[in-house]
Design a protein around this ligand. Structure first.
Ligand code: SPD
Length: 350
């Protein structure tokens, strides 16, 4: 009898391993897989491997380039993402669309590591759905060896002297947002006249723009093919650390301050595992490892303490005082978003 029991056990185990390519069973007795959808270049890939080893949960990792691309993919259906990394206004839009699950903060004890400055923000006032990850500003990265003058205004991106060497972000809210700031308007305007003025400026600028990019501008700046680009502060930080001829400036008309978050969409069938992953990403050592790899500013105060001293004291990455003094956060524009989409399509099609 004992012999039969043992044989059955061996057979069950062998079948399980064969069916799952040798993956480990987790404590609940199945082979969990987590579908994570994040910005490109926004994690240290080693932490994914470490998570898989530590929790026995396999991670299927995909990238998007903009919030809008992520939303379009979700809306198209047929996806089963478990963790997403949208920005502020996109968190708000996803909440409005009923596409996010409320988080169980009993499973997120590392949420205590988040700087209170980034909690309960307008896009998720009670922090029911989202947990801040990294944050930053928008500015201009430029080659100070080839641009001798001080850059103080967004207008620099419209300067004919640098024709063919200027790169803009291929992201509607960002490129339109800074143009609105340049014109003295809110980056969240719902005034059609102001929006059309911004569109006219961007169409006027187009002949001197080398290209509209999200990630490729980094290589272009590094190689000298471009000498000025609209960019997010984290990318600038990493570029400058490798190319000291580059500088980053936030123009005096003001900017956008943004916060990227982690959320669980309603399509997820693995909320418990998703929360394990989010809590793991909030661990100071894991979070600091990502911050060092990607160059962005973390919202995790305990992780900041683990960063090199010069990074902790870097005024671009971790300005003293209230970061909200630096600029405006994007809000979801609801139905008016179609107007921004219309303007962006018009600009790109010229
Ligand atoms: N390569 C990662 C880029 C993440 C930047 N997020 C910024 C969003 C601003 N709305």
């Amino acid at each position: 009898m004992k012999k039969y029991l043992l044989l059955t056990l061996v057979l069950v185990l062998a079948t399980a391993l064969a069916g799952c390519g040798g993956e480990k069973l987790n404590k609940l007795g199945y082979y969990p897989k987590l579908n994570v959808y994040n910005w490109s270049d926004y994690i240290d890939p080693e932490v994914l491997k470490d998570f898989e080893d530590e929790y026995g949960i396999r991670v299927n990792y995909e990238n998007f380039a903009t919030n809008e691309e992520m939303l379009a993919k979700l809306k198209a259906g047929g996806t089963s993402y478990d963790v997403l990394f949208p920005s502020d206004y996109m968190v708000q839009a996803l909440i409005e669309l009923g596409m996010l699950q409320e988080l169980d903060f009993d499973n997120l004890d590392n949420f205590k590591n988040i700087d209170p400055m980034f909690k309960n923000l307008l896009f998720d006032p009670e922090n029911k759905y989202s947990v801040p990850y990294f944050w930053g500003t928008m500015g201009i990265v430029y080659d100070s060896a080839r641009i001798p003058e001080d850059i103080t205004s967004w207008r620099a991106l419209w300067d004919d002297k640098y024709a063919g060497k200027i790169v803009m972000l291929d992201s509607p809210r960002d490129s339109i947002g800074i143009t609105l700031k340049m014109l003295g308007y809110s980056a969240n305007t719902r005034d059609i006249g102001e929006l059309n003025e911004a569109m006219a400026e961007l169409i006027k600028q187009k002949p001197i723009v080398r290209s509209y990019e999200i990630d490729a501008f980094k290589d272009m700046m590094a190689s000298g093919d471009a000498i000025m680009s609209l960019c997010w502060s984290g990318d600038a930080m990493l570029l400058i650390s490798e190319h000291p001829n580059l500088s980053y400036v936030i123009p005096e008309e003001g900017t956008n301050v943004w916060v990227d978050c982690m959320v669980v969409p309603t399509v997820s069938k693995h909320k418990r595992e998703a929360e394990l992953f989010i809590n793991y990403m909030l661990r100071p050592d894991v979070n600091a490892k990502c911050a060092i790899a990607i160059g962005y500013s973390t919202a995790n105060t305990e992780a900041i303490k683990l960063l090199p001293e010069e990074t902790q004291n870097d005024e671009v990455a971790y300005p003293k005082g209230n970061v909200w003094d630096k600029g405006e956060i994007f809000i979801d524009l609801g139905e008016f978003t179609v107007e921004y989409d219309r303007v962006w399509t018009e600009i790109k099609s010229k």
